[in-house]
Design a protein around this ligand. Structure first.
Ligand SMILES: [Zn+2]
Length: 287
């Protein structure tokens, strides 16, 4: 039996909160850069095209492709660490996607080539492309509350109802990985088996961390400060449940990019932390 079939979506009495649902896309999207760059601060059409992102083979709820780029490590490196870099799981955090495009411009440099990368700059395209960018996906689900953490069935709806007072921006969905976008992240973790996951958000201006290794102290101006553990979050699922370290980068502003120098400092500090602190999953399993 697969892990997923154990959950019954019927057990929940929650209703989907009212949310403006963007309309479905009627035909396959071939020009993804034009709509995306209209929403991404400081990212030009050529930045998007040069990133060479390609459809990952999974679409958003509305039918927009989830875009991914695989970048191999320097071939002389045997068993390079695998990094899964995710931007924009919340669609209204535009800088979180934009900074991932910026970093993709420097991934051919030696410091980045130590690692094998899988990069998805826009995990929630429907949220980003909504008439007014929104945190949730097109079905009104907060993807970062939709991962299959233990006891999701009890904890996620209860947390939503009690702690968030049924905030429509934080609806966890009716079942874990009920959404194509969170399902894609889940499947990618299973198949790619990353040694570390970096997920970029905004606007809290801090670093959060979940997992079995030493947390980062600071990347650029961003200082480590626990934001919290939530039922169904990616950090909770991967970092605490799957033992894959997850760094959550919270940029200080959702619509205004950090200065170029800060964009680079965060990047270099992140690479340094991975190199010093992240062991290969195989080694972690032996501990
Ligand atoms: Zn966020």
């Amino acid at each position: 039996m697969s892990a997923v079939s154990m959950w019954s979506p019927h057990a929940l009495a929650t209703t989907t909160p009212p949310i403006t649902i963007p309309s479905k896309i009627s035909k396959p999207v071939t020009d993804w850069c034009t709509p995306l760059v209209a929403r991404l601060p400081k990212i030009s059409d050529s930045d998007c095209r040069n990133s060479k992102v390609q459809p990952a083979g999974a679409n958003s709820a509305n039918g927009f492709p989830i875009l991914v780029r695989d970048i191999a490590a320097d071939p002389r490196r045997k068993q390079a660490l695998k990094v899964l870099l995710l931007g924009g799981i919340h669609g209204d955090e535009q800088t979180a996607s934009a900074i991932v495009f910026k970093w993709m411009e420097v991934m051919h440099k030696p410091a980045a080539q130590e690692f094998q990368w899988k990069v998805a700059p826009v995990v929630n395209p429907d949220g980003l492309l909504a008439v007014k960018p929104m945190r949730v996906n097109a079905r009104g689900v907060d993807l970062n509350r939709n991962f299959p953490t233990p006891n999701w069935q009890q904890d996620a709806p209860r947390y939503w109802a009690k702690t968030t007072r049924s905030d429509p921006r934080r609806f966890p969905g009716k079942a874990p990985i009920s959404e194509p976008e969170s399902r894609w992240v889940y499947d990618t973790i299973e198949k790619f088996k990353p040694d570390v996951i970096i997920s970029v958000h905004a606007p809290f201006g801090v670093l959060d961390f979940d997992g079995p290794v030493t947390p980062p102290r600071r990347f650029g101006r961003l200082i480590y400060n626990r934001v919290g553990v939530y039922p169904g979050s990616l950090g909770n699922y991967s970092g605490l449940h799957k033992d894959i370290p997850v760094v959550t980068i919270e940029l200080p502003n959702a619509t205004v990019m950090p200065a170029d120098a800060e964009v680079q400092r965060i990047w270099l500090d992140m690479l340094g932390w991975i190199k010093r602190n992240v062991p290969a999953q195989a080694k972690l399993a032996q501990r």
